[in-house]
Design a protein around this ligand. Structure first.
Ligand SMILES: [Zn+2]
Length: 159
């Protein structure tokens, strides 16, 4: 059996980070020379709880729009399987302070969201019954209250 490809997030020491935070997880260069940066947008401290599936699903729907309101050139925003945060891919190499400000503004929009959740219908979503706006708003507010910061990558010491 061949070894699996290396995955950046498995090299992060999840015990040495301090959520909530924004972290540059990696930068890829395409064959044409463009950069695509991946960010770890962490709401909860790893291994100290998880966002309920319905709430992170609603966060996905809201942050998909609100992050794009505050940041151009977003390729993708997706929830982490561990349900402690989101991954975001962006064209170029925007600095972490700019990402921090955009995430903060998007979380403020999310915490204040009091209209229907966008994209919630059988036509638009793969599990449209599984949403929780109140919990999503609370997680957004908790992250803001927790004081967002830029987190450096601390690699696992496998020695
Ligand atoms: Zn959905």
């Amino acid at each position: 059996m061949g070894a699996m490809a290396n995955v950046e997030s498995f090299d992060l020491d999840h015990t040495k980070v301090n959520a909530p935070y924004v972290r540059l997880a990696g930068v890829k260069t395409t064959p044409h020379g463009d950069s695509i940066s991946k960010y770890d947008l962490r709401l909860l401290q790893p291994n100290a709880g998880a966002i309920e599936p319905a709430a992170i699903h609603t966060l996905e729907h809201l942050l998909a729009g609100y992050l794009r309101d505050h940041l151009s050139d977003i390729v993708d925003v997706s929830p982490m399987g561990c349900r402690t945060g989101m991954y975001m891919a962006v064209i170029g190499e925007p600095d972490e302070q700019g990402i921090l400000k955009a995430f903060e503004a998007a979380l403020q929009d999310t915490a204040a969201h009091d209209r229907p959740i966008p994209g919630v219908s059988e036509l638009e979503c793969g599990n449209f019954r599984d949403h929780d706006l109140a919990a999503a708003r609370k997680h957004a507010q908790d992250a803001l209250d927790g004081g967002l910061k830029v987190q450096k990558t601390i690699l696992l010491d496998r020695s």
